[in-house]
Design a protein around this ligand. Structure first.
Ligand SMILES: Cc1cc2nc3c(=O)[nH]c(=O)nc-3n(C[C@H](O)[C@H](O)[C@H](O)COP(=O)(O)O)c2cc1C
Length: 323
């Protein structure tokens, strides 16, 4: 499971594992490194082992300071995480303009200096998540010969530039060139929306060692399982989605401070949950407007029940993709 800040937190990951499964592990959304040498447990709450009993997790760190990275990576090592992932992909201007995330990709020398320090001082191993570049899709080709010299556990590549954010298409030819230039295990990430996308990509890139899915496992939570079993003939999809939604609502109600925070969280998730449903914009507007949890649940349950009925009356008629 790809890291998605604001979405794939430990409550989401646990509920996902309970209701759908299909993932071997998740990379957790980034934790920014801190100047502070003393890290509090609360700061790394999302990856505390007691919060991650359902799905194995690799913590991710966002940082441009080797010293700060080392402190956090070693703290995570002491919690039991023997691999940490370095975020060199975040496209958010707030991050990238400070030469962090994908904003660091044009600066091969800085990355080299960072790795020279970090590799010897972290107790565990390091994996890296990258894009092709910040503005240009060529940054990576300066970088790969350099990072290939370090003992990394794997490199996760999302073949877009930072400037593209999540728009436009993934550059599969550039990804193919990356594969040829790295000896480390490579993980492919980007736009795997359906089982047939996965088949096409896995046939073309048979050297890829693992596959990472982000947005499309929120839009179609059955996707990872379908990829593994090779079938998307799964009964009661809407009913199972409804149960998953209930579990999330309950989990967030238990930890978030007040109904408005819970509703904001749930409404955010609908950005992806609503994608497989055609013509649902009116209902989504109503769901987004509501400020009362009881009204919200009533609307959502009505939505699921209507969808289930429509699908049983017109099988295949309203679904897109595999869901
Ligand atoms: C809302 C959102 C938050 C994200 N947060 C992170 C993050 O914390 N760390 C990271 O490496 N990538 C993050 N990403 C990027 C995803 O991990 C992934 O690379 C991207 O969504 C492409 O994969 P997909 O097409 O399967 O979604 C985020 C993406 C989105 C849309």
């Amino acid at each position: 499971m790809a890291p998605m800040k604001g979405f794939t937190d430990h409550l989401f990951r646990s509920a996902f594992a309970d209701h759908f499964g299909g993932f071997d592990l998740a990379v957790a959304p980034f934790i920014a490194s801190k100047r502070d040498q003393r890290i509090k447990r609360k700061y790394v709450k999302d990856v505390l082992p007691e919060n991650n009993t359902r799905m194995p997790v690799v913590p991710q760190i966002l940082s441009k300071s080797a010293a700060d990275f080392i402190v956090l990576a070693n703290y995570l090592y002491d919690l039991g995480y023997h691999t940490v992932n370095w975020n060199l992909g975040c496209p958010s201007p707030m991050v990238a303009n400070k030469k962090r995330g994908s904003g660091m990709l044009p600066y091969t020398d800085r990355i080299k200096t960072f790795l020279d320090k970090v590799i010897h001082e972290i107790h565990g191993s390091l994996s890296i998540k990258v894009r092709l570049g910040w503005k240009e899709n060529t940054d990576i080709f300066r970088l790969l010969p350099v990072i290939d010299q370090y003992p990394l556990s794997e490199i996760i590549i999302h073949p877009r530039t930072g400037l593209q954010r999540y728009e436009g298409s993934v550059d599969l030819d550039a990804f193919e060139d990356c594969l040829a230039a790295i000896r480390h295990p490579v993980v492919y990430n980007g736009d795997i929306r359906t089982v047939s996308d996965f088949r096409r990509l896995s046939q073309r890139f048979n050297r890829v060692h693992a596959w990472m899915i982000g947005r499309w496992c929120l839009a179609d939570p059955f996707l990872p399982g379908s990829i593994i079993t090779g079938t998307d003939d799964i009964p009661d999809k809407i009913y199972r989605m409804q149960r998953f939604h209930e579990a999330l609502f309950e989990a967030y109600s238990g930890v978030l401070d007040g109904p408005s925070h819970v509703l904001n969280k749930m409404k955010g998730l609908w950005r992806y949950f609503s994608l497989p449903f055609e013509d649902c914009s009116k209902t989504m507007k109503k769901i987004k407007k509501t400020r009362r949890p009881d009204k919200y649940l009533e609307l959502v349950n009505l939505f699921f029940e209507t969808e289930a009925r429509l699908r049983s009356e017109h099988p295949g008629g309203r679904a897109i993709g595999t869901y």
